[in-house]
Ligand binder design. Structure first.
Ligand SMILES: Cc1ncc(COP(=O)(O)O)c(C=O)c1O
Length: 402
């Protein structure tokens, strides 16, 4: 991070992180984004709102989540490896931190209908859960390819009283679900709040989602100081849209000695369409309300993506990550489908934890992470979710019939 940029408050005006971020949406949505921005600025400072959020995070979500010392992995990689256990959140992933926060915000706006998009289904389940708890109506858009590979989560959402709306356009994955959710929002903006599930989209979502997820990094910072008496050398997290990673990274941004490593989906190859590695395969562009890195062809058409994990299978990345990379404050690497599957087996067999396929990318990148730290250096890996939703898909991929 350069000295001048470190002093700049971020985001700047209009939600800009350098040349990234902003608001590229139809005019009809601008008043709603203004309304959300103003309400969010209010509730950030409102002790009653914050106390209610804290109470729900502690007594309903199960926070603080543990920071677990991973003894076997530490021995294998010759580093001191800790796991931040977002897999132990109610509903099985970090997504609930944001869904509860935005659900409470929707209530202050008087909006009784919620829409959401989902890829892996974890954000959909988290939103359906928050809506059940808070008495809000919930519609979740999901690509049909994601519905197939994450079918347990589709049923969970329905059990929670949400309506899951299949999206059969494009690659039938997350970007198509976001498109449909935005279309719904344009039509129903007066009655509806859109709970976007990652640190992306038009301002103020990247900032607001980051703040709701920063609880991960705040806790991890306290916990590692207690366990080790010093800050970690490296933080590792998978990056889909970027919410679990920015949630872990953000409270450490000013600690220049703490290195930040984001792991993108390397998929099955380096060609466009074979992965979701926006930084190595993408370029600057405008997509779904923001400026960021986008996987696109020479004509600026967004291309299809591939990842074994539905939650990382997205053509763009949150704008703050793009800025952190430009500033050389964070580094981004890729982990292939196979390395992620190996990571899942490793964590399951050595530590007794079956991670979500998304989180398995962070585990599968541990050898690359270890190379960036000295022997016995401290690494925190964010286990963003648990793998129950992926068990059937992993069996299918490995040719095992259940
Ligand atoms: C368990 C889990 N981890 C990570 C992600 C990726 O999202 P993000 O980059 O916003 O954390 C998802 C998305 O669905 C997820 O379900």
């Amino acid at each position: 991070m350069t000295a001048s940029s470190a002093r700049r408050p971020l985001p700047q005006a209009h939600g800009r992180f350098g040349r990234y971020g902003g608001r590229y949406v139809p005019e009809t949505l601008i008043p709603a984004l203004d309304e959300i921005g103003a309400a969010y600025a209010r509730v950030r400072k409102d002790p009653v709102f914050q106390a209610r959020l804290r109470d729900l995070l502690n007594t309903y979500v199960g926070r603080p989540t543990p920071l677990t010392f991973a003894a076997s992995l530490s021995a294998q990689f010759k580093r001191r490896i800790y796991l931040k256990r977002e897999d132990l959140c109610h509903t099985g992933a970090h997504k609930i931190n944001n869904a509860i926060g935005q659900g409470l915000l929707a209530m202050t706006l008087g909006k009784k209908r919620i829409i959401a998009e989902t890829g892996a289904g974890q954000h959909g389940v988290a939103t359906a859960t928050a809506c059940a708890l808070l008495g809000l109506k919930c519609h979740v858009y999901m690509g049909t390819e994601d519905m197939r590979r994450q079918s347990p989560n589709v049923f969970r959402m329905r059990l929670l009283g949400a309506e899951v709306i299949p999206v059969d356009s494009g690659t039938r994955t997350l970007k198509d679900a976001v498109n449909e959710a935005l279309r719904d929002w344009v039509t129903n903006v007066a009655s509806t709040h859109y709970i976007l599930g990652s640190a992306l989209g038009p301002h103020p979502y990247p900032t607001m989602v980051r703040d709701f997820q920063s609880v991960i990094g705040k806790e991890a910072r306290r916990q590692v100081l207690l366990a080790e008496g010093r800050l970690p050398d490296l933080l590792v997290a998978c990056v889909g849209g970027g919410s679990n990673s920015i949630g872990l990274f953000h409270p450490f941004l000013k600690d220049a000695k703490v290195r930040l490593l984001g792991v993108e989906a390397g998929g099955k190859g380096a060609e466009l369409g074979e992965h979701a590695a926006r930084f190595s395969g993408g370029s600057y562009g405008i997509f779904q309300g923001m400026a960021s890195y986008v996987l696109q062809n020479a004509d600026g058409q967004v291309v299809g993506t591939h990842s074994v994990s539905a939650g990382l299978d997205y053509a763009s990345i949150g704008p703050e990550h793009a800025w952190l990379r430009d500033e050389k404050r964070a580094e981004y690497i890729r982990c292939s489908d196979q390395q992620a599957l190996d990571g899942l087996h490793l964590l399951a067999e050595k530590e007794g934890i079956i991670p979500a396929l998304e989180s398995a990318h962070a585990v599968g990148a541990l050898d690359q992470a270890a190379k960036r730290t000295r022997a016995r250096g401290i690494i925190i890996v964010n286990i963003s979710g648990r793998g129950d939703k992926d068990v059937a898909e992993v069996a299918r991929l490995e040719g095992i019939s259940l």
